[in-house]
Write a protein that binds this ligand. Structure first.
Ligand SMILES: [Zn+2]
Length: 349
């Protein structure tokens, strides 16, 4: 092993490694322990998607119930996340910390107080619109619309709960208006610079600067479609990291690979789903997606090694790998009401 590979391996082992977004089949029969791959790749924390605007609420709730039950059924592997302290505990105990994320505001049924309910069930980040406009905000593949009054109330509820305000998949204008509300840091949990790959899912320099100004973090996405390499290779991920670091510094950069675990033979598509509406052919989806690959969790150590090889200082590597996101969690995440209740129950029993 070369000297830098050795140093990188040691750094990766001791770092907080945070993957801000991953997907499993959105089916209650999906086996959550496939996340062992994240654990084996050195991840400390992963945010698991439980649904998008296109998923009916009964589907989302059954998935959330199943994933929560599986987290608790495997204490040898998982630490269910309530606060940032749980991520640090997972690191100390050699386990994988898991929280959930929601992609879009439609599952809130127009009720901002649903944010706290999802928070109490383990959801730690959400964005307002998935690709298309909805009653709260604009989606990135739709007409550029402003944030609505309902959207503003939901944003306020997100900060009140202590959830991450995620701007991935959100329309340009709505995202800037959310940041202009000035309620705190935002994240792009899985998005790349649009200057590197022109796709409306990627962030403009204006959005990137605005995000950094809130004290937020842009997590580089491993989907080949959003990188300069359709195969999602590690050099292209590092290229996106470099691009961001040169413009906003390593304090505002993270990783959200957006890896989709295999289907496990499960069909999780809602009946009658209009795929062309959610992933428009005119934006290059449909048959155009063949040959696209998503970076796998196994590339996490490769990213560390590449950053070390490029001469990144150790503290910058640690920040990008996870400390930036951990610091945000320490700042924003509060103990959930449900967990506080169960701790009380434990004390009484
Ligand atoms: Zn997404």
């Amino acid at each position: 092993m070369s000297a830098h590979a050795d140093r990188a391996a040691q750094l990766h082992r001791t770092a907080i490694v945070w993957d801000a977004h991953t997907c499993l089949p959105l089916h209650p029969d999906a086996d959550l322990t496939v996340l062992r791959r994240h654990h084996a790749a050195g991840a400390t924390f992963v945010s698991v998607n439980i649904g998008m605007d296109l998923n009916p609420l009964p589907q989302i709730l059954s998935v959330l119930a199943s994933f929560r039950a599986q987290l608790h059924a495997h204490p040898e592997l998982f630490v269910p996340v309530d606060t940032a302290e749980d991520v640090l505990r997972a690191k100390r105990e050699g386990k994988l910390a898991v929280a959930f994320d929601l992609e879009g505001a439609l599952p809130l049924l127009g009720r901002p107080e649903m944010v706290q309910l999802f928070y109490d069930l383990g959801v730690r980040q959400m964005h307002l619109a998935y690709n298309r406009n909805n009653e709260a905000a604009g989606g990135c593949y739709d007409e550029d619309m402003p944030l609505t009054p309902l959207g503003r109330r939901i944003v306020a509820a997100i900060y009140r709960a202590g959830m991450f305000m995620d701007l991935s998949h959100t329309g340009h204008r709505s995202s800037l208006e959310i940041m202009a509300m000035g309620l705190g840091p935002v994240i792009f949990s899985h998005a790349n610079p649009r200057a590197l790959k022109n796709d409306k899912r990627n962030a403009t320099l204006e959005q990137i600067h605005a995000c950094a100004q809130t004290g937020g973090v842009i997590c580089v996405n491993g989907v080949g479609r959003f990188l300069t390499d359709p195969k999602g290779g590690t050099p292209a991920i590092v290229e996106a990291i470099d691009w961001l670091v040169e413009r906003i510094g390593p304090e505002y950069v993270g990783i959200g690979l957006d890896y989709s675990y295999p289907t496990q033979g499960l069909d999780d598509e809602p009946p009658g789903l209009d795929r062309d509406y959610w992933w428009p052919r005119r934006e290059g989806y449909g048959s155009g997606l063949s040959g696209i690959r998503i970076a796998a969790p196994e590339q996490l150590p490769e990213i560390t090694e590449a950053l070390v090889a490029r001469g990144y200082p150790e503290d910058a590597v640690r920040r990008i790998l996870g400390e930036n996101m951990l610091a945000l969690a320490q700042k924003l995440w509060k103990p959930s009401r449900a967990e506080a209740g169960s701790r009380g129950a434990q004390l009484r029993s």
